[in-house]
Design a protein around this ligand. Structure first.
Ligand code: ATP
Ligand code: MG
Ligand code: MG
Length: 547
């Protein structure tokens, strides 16, 4: 991005980078392993890895693992996997925790410089005195005492909450991030990487800038909420006289009708409002993957929205647009029926069994033919039959004709109703003499259909999961504590008994993506078992959004 390079290309900064990295761009993507990554992280990766790629540099994947109570190996493993799924290759994988000894040494150095003190205020007391611009009563301890007490903290001589190490910054500064921030706190918690080696853990404010300096990060890119922390970032690096990365902030990505903070995602998952971190209704990367979205679509979306500093909530349909663009080019077509209505073709003999040819990518040179069984009993979409015909309706009605895609025109000759008045079966005649391009004009309406693969044998059934937005309002984050009440009760609709072609049933593997002609793009859910396919609708065929 232009503006960050403008800052970074100033002579003083360039000279520093030349000395540290030989002029190479070094960035980092620093997730905290306290949950699964979401589409906002895709933007962060696009910025961090993307910038390294653009300038021939390198990018670290650095786990910001300083809050052991919230962090898990499961998340660490997932992050590694999903970063690679997104197409990014970290230069090195590092952990803030691998620098714990070095960070501890820096803390000691800070105390020796008279710039840190051990404080015994409670969390609430710290907040209160900070608000009032008052110093901690422990602020003026001697360096010797602070060194001794910090060592006591490290040796586990205090209980949690009894002591913190605080930076001696500027408790009167107008920026709250300068009010003597906490550098170390006591936690008797097993760490996923460091085990029980430490009972004191460094804070974000202490850790992040120092890890950036240790790794010679040239461009430390982060989201705008960290802008106010620049002061403390550089304060610490100044006092410790380390190398100083260029910090640049960009806006956080928000998307309509969803939430992205890991804290909220965690509640949705643990309180069972959704079915796990990879629920296709979530905009976690695992959810998007399961829904059938390709990484290329996510990155194209990130490219389109750009790396700006404007606060923004991006409409969900902008993402869908890129999902469709990719799937249109890349996903093979097939025929399926979501809600089947039986049609008996009365002029086709009961024992008739033949095939017609479908095309995976109609009109394109790479298209392949596949077989569609054709027989006396076919199933069409229930919504493609009406008793009342009308001018702009191309489906079937009594006496009306429509084309079975890739096969023959059929004309309705009768129908029967169930006890509740619904249509239970349609009778029709097929024009078996019809040849595509043979001179006869086909009817305007073209229907998706699935036939009995053999006389009397039901087509392969599948479960299809249809999704709508997870939250009813565009900005659930704006609802404060009431955000959970805004959940859309109809965000998941499960359709049992959809019908698919035998060729699809035989070849589909988990995560495969297809277009069901006329119905949308669908991908195979990993819940599928042999003979029991489950599909997720990734996106409908057309954007229903009205401009
Ligand atoms: P969350 O509240 O979702 O947990 P976070 O910022 O605490 O977000 P981290 O795991 O610390 O999550 O984030 C790693 C990187 O991803 C950081 O640089 C962060 O700024 C960036 N990031 C997180 N959420 C977004 C977002 N919505 N848009 C852009 N970047 C994001
Ligand atoms: Mg974070
Ligand atoms: Mg967070």
């Amino acid at each position: 991005d232009g503006s960050v390079m403008r800052i970074a290309n100033s002579p003083a900064v360039l000279a520093q980078h030349m000395q540290r990295t030989g002029g190479k761009v070094v960035t980092r993507f620093p997730p905290e392993p306290n949950g699964y990554l979401h589409i906002g992280h895709a933007k962060a990766m696009f910025v961090d890895f993307g910038m390294a790629v653009q300038y021939g540099g390198v990018c670290y994947l650095r786990y910001d693992d300083t809050n052991p109570e919230a962090e898990k190996q499961e998340y660490i493993d997932h992050i590694a996997e999903i970063v690679s799924w997104m197409g990014w290759s970290p230069w090195k994988v590092t952990y803030a925790s691998q620098y714990f000894a070095q960070l501890h040494a820096y803390a000691v150095q800070l105390i020796k410089a008279g710039k840190a003190f051990v404080c015994h205020q409670s969390k609430a007391e710290i907040e209160e005195s900070r608000e009032q611009g008052l110093p901690s009563p422990w602020r003026e301890r001697s360096i010797e005492e602070n060194l001794r007490l910090f060592e006591d903290m490290r040796r586990g001589l205090y209980k949690e909450g009894e002591a913190t190490l605080r930076m001696k910054m500027d408790h009167k500064n107008e920026n709250p991030n300068m009010w003597d921030s906490v550098a170390y706190r006591i936690k008797y918690v097993q760490h996923p990487m460091a085990g029980d080696e430490w009972c004191i853990y460094p804070s974000y404010d202490f850790t992040h800038c120092l890890c950036d300096a240790i790794e010679d990060i040239t461009h430390s890119l982060c989201t705008l909420e960290f802008e106010s922390r620049r002061a403390s970032y550089y304060w610490l690096l100044d006092v410790l006289d380390t190398y100083k990365p260029v910090v640049w902030e960009y806006s956080r990505l928000n998307i309509t009708n969803t939430v992205l903070s890991k804290r909220k995602l965690n509640r949705l998952v643990t309180e069972d409002h959704v079915h796990g971190w990879d629920d296709p209704r979530l905009l976690t990367l695992a959810g998007l993957r399961r829904r059938g979205v390709a990484p290329a679509s996510i990155n194209a979306f990130c490219r389109e929205i750009g790396i700006t500093r404007n606060a923004n909530v991006i409409p969900y349909h902008k993402l869908e647009h890129h999902v469709r663009l990719h799937l249109d080019v890349n996903s093979p077509r097939t025929l399926a029926v979501l809600r089947p209505l039986k049609v008996v073709l009365t002029n086709v003999p009961e024992q008739h069994s033949s095939t017609v040819q479908g095309a995976t990518l109609p009109g394109r040179p790479e298209s392949q033919a596949y077989d569609l069984p054709f027989s006396r009993v076919v199933y069409i979409e229930a919504s493609d039959f009406r008793l009342q015909d009308s001018k702009d309706y191309y489906g079937l009605a009594p006496g009306k004709s429509a084309m079975l895609r890739y096969a023959y025109p059929i004309t309705v000759t009768g129908y029967s109703t169930a006890a509740d008045g619904s249509i239970s079966e349609v009778a029709a005649e097929a024009d078996l003499s019809f040849v595509a391009g043979g001179g006869k004009k086909p009817p305007k309406g073209v229907l998706n259909w699935v036939a009995q693969p053999a006389p009397g044998q039901d087509p392969e059934r599948a479960e299809v999961r249809l999704y709508d937005v997870l939250f009813k309002s565009e900005a659930p984050d704006a609802l404060g504590d009431a955000w959970l009440e805004d959940l859309n009760p109809d965000s998941l609709q499960v359709v049992q008994g959809a019908m698919v072609n035998p060729h699809l049933a035989a070849t589909a593997k988990a995560f495969d993506r297809f277009q069901f002609e006329r119905l949308g793009y669908f991908s195979v859910d990993p819940d599928s078992k042999p003979g029991q396919l489950v599909f997720n609708r990734t996106v409908t065929l057309k954007d229903s959004f009205k401009k």
